[in-house]
Design a protein around this ligand. Structure first.
Ligand code: CP
Length: 326
């Protein structure tokens, strides 16, 4: 176990070593067990987390806020638009000043080409841990919850299991590519073979692809890229299909929306799920565009683990907060 995480930031998935992620998982499972037994877990009594949001959230806000309360502390919900950021407070001000008020600073900033830089700039000036609640490049806490869910559903030995990370059509908005990028970086370390599926215009960042392929080589797993959703689903153990925007192809949202429209057939439905193994699980970080991105039948069906996945956000985040902010 690598337990000395005190004071560390968690901004990108590979900031923690594999052994450190294993520690996070052990602590997260322990916290989940304790919550089921109604045992108190006051590891962060009197500590306060700043949660700075530049973008909306259901799960991230709820799970961090509840998590801090379960740990005996408090989380302050701060929307960027209610601050003086628009009037001149730079990342330096946020890092310096929030770092003196709070015991941790969590930030969600998904603007393309801006979010990750902003979070790293705050971290440069902060004396307390900075946690990435999702940026334009990574969604590391979602990925920890996903790993925890896969370990629960598929067992501790994941070697040889096929995980599909697939693009899916959605009409609501151009979603960040942070979830698939975090998944392809983290999951090979735990033995999963990755099949990444997307139409040509929805490729991920080249530098992330290089890093993911390097992780696969290092951990002796398979990594393939296909442009056919059916082919990807065949014999899969884990289906993780969600939409993301064509930001690498075009930063123009209107052109992005036009491109997306071409791929309306990329939906996770019952026919496609039947191509995967009979015991395959369906995962999605939510929110999902129901009956556009995924059918109700799949989302509410027996293979779906989306609500366990959402619950595990809280346990995984509590683990990282207890380890870094304690
Ligand atoms: N999965 C996830 O991050 O959900 P929210 O956008 O609701 O926080």
């Amino acid at each position: 176990m690598q337990t000395y995480l005190h004071g560390r930031d968690y901004i990108s998935d590979l900031d923690f070593s594999k052994e450190e992620i294993e520690t996070v998982m052990e602590v997260a499972f322990d916290l989940k067990r304790k919550r089921a037994l109604n045992e108190p877990t006051p590891y962060l009594r009197d500590k306060v987390l700043a949660m700075l949001f530049f973008f909306s959230s259901t799960r991230t806000r709820g799970s961090f806020e509840a998590g801090m309360a379960h740990l005996g502390g408090h989380a302050a919900f701060i929307e960027s638009k209610t601050t003086q950021i628009a009037h001149g407070d730079t990342p330096k001000e946020i890092g310096e000043i929030f770092g003196r008020y709070y015991d941790g600073i969590a930030i969600r900033h998904v603007d393309w080409g801006i979010g990750n830089k902003y979070i790293n700039d705050v971290a440069k000036y902060s004396r307390v841990p900075v946690l990435n609640m999702q940026c334009d490049i990574y969604h590391p806490f979602q990925c920890l919850a996903d790993l925890m869910t896969i370990l629960e559903k598929k067992g501790r030995d994941l070697r040889g299991k096929k995980m599909v990370v697939s693009w899916a059509y959605a009409a609501s908005y151009q979603k960040p590519m942070s979830v698939p990028q975090s998944l392809i970086l983290q999951m090979p370390r735990f033995g999963l073979d990755i099949t990444l599926a997307h139409p040509p215009e929805f490729r991920l960042m080249p530098e992330i692809m290089d890093m993911a392929q390097e992780q696969s080589r290092k951990f002796g797993t398979r990594f393939e890229v296909v442009d056919d959703m059916d082919k990807a689903f065949k014999d899969a153990d884990i289906i993780y299909a969600k939409s993301w925007g064509a930001m690498v192809h075009t930063p123009d949202p209107e052109e992005g929306a036009r491109i997306i429209k071409k791929y309306e057939s990329w939906i996770t439905d019952e026919r496609r799920m039947a191509l995967a193994k009979p015991d395959a699980i369906y995962m999605h970080p939510l929110p999902a565009d129901r009956n556009i991105e995924v059918t109700d039948g799949v989302m509410d069906g027996p293979q779906s683990v989306v609500y366990d996945e959402a619950e595990n956000r809280m346990h995984a985040q509590e683990a990282v907060m207890a380890l870094t902010m304690g």
